[in-house]
Write a protein that binds this ligand. Structure first.
Ligand code: ADP
Ligand code: MG
Length: 240
């Protein structure tokens, strides 16, 4: 689903340049659930933004579902983004004066979907994330966990091939983080390819594979063992 080869990215600031990604290689197969872990500043968001077509690498190649992602015109880029990618962010990025239903259905409006189908889909995905009774509520009437569930429903509504989550639990308490990760696991169980960026070890261990990023280089890329997954789960419950 995702193939990246020797990806480099620098940020230019005046005459200075900060080399953030220093030759990243990895593949993600369809149906995988992978975390990109690393401390703050290691380049996780930079990498996720490139994968999400919100930014472009300076060097290297990126293929998404077999298609080269390079120098696309904005129309094709927008189509790929809609068709392939769903985003979840730490800060939810909901529209505060719109109901949960409208937050979920609005991107579908911009994709040209008719009202009836938009509304049906939005209800379907709100139900899927456990918020069937919250469709008419505004974000500020909801808890952090509920807001993230709305954001997840919104990301899923266009049925993208890949879900990209940047610190999806970063603004949530431990118990809620765990519940949101369980929901994301369930979505993966149903077949969705998912990438989760996190700096938290136990959150990373709720995925199936951890790509460890340090100073713009992958220092480890391993499958999560059952033992470590169980330990992380136990710790999460102890903290509740
Ligand atoms: P992470 O998500 O792992 O915390 P980021 O990818 O956000 O790391 O950032 C990696 C480095 O790049 C940091 O030193 C950060 O300050 C810098 N950086 C990120 N975005 C920009 C930008 N738009 N312009 C300049 N520097 C940036
Ligand atoms: Mg980040």
């Amino acid at each position: 689903m995702i193939t990246i080869k020797d990806l480099h990215k620098s940020y230019k600031m005046g005459s200075n340049s900060l080399h953030v990604l220093k030759g990243i290689n990895f593949d993600v197969a369809q149906g995988e659930m992978v975390s990109i872990m690393g401390s703050s500043g290691s380049g996780k968001s930079t990498l996720l933004n490139i994968l999400g077509m919100l930014d472009e690498a300076d060097e290297g190649s990126y293929h998404l579902d077999g298609k080269p992602i390079k120098k696309l015109n904005e129309k094709i880029a927008a189509r790929y983004r809609n068709e392939f990618l769903g985003f979840i962010f730490q800060s939810f990025n909901l529209i505060n004066y719109k109901t949960a239903l409208d937050n979920v259905s609005m991107p579908l409006y911009y994709q040209g979907m008719k009202r009836k189908e938009r509304t049906e889909r939005a209800h379907h995905y709100l139900e899927k994330v456990g918020l069937a009774d919250w469709a008419g509520h505004l974000p500020n009437e909801m808890s952090g966990g509920q807001k993230q569930r709305v954001a997840i429903a919104r990301a899923l509504a266009s049925d993208p091939k890949v879900l990209l989550a940047d610190e999806p639990t970063g603004a949530l308490d431990t118990k809620t983080s765990y519940e949101v990760m369980e929901l994301i696991q369930q979505i993966n169980d149903e077949g969705k390819t998912i990438l989760v960026v996190t700096h938290e070890d136990d959150i990373a261990h709720m995925t199936k594979r951890i790509v460890n990023l340090k100073d713009g280089i992958i220092i480890d890329d391993s499958v999560v063992t059952q033992i470590r997954a169980t330990e992380a789960r136990q710790r999460a419950y102890e903290n509740v």
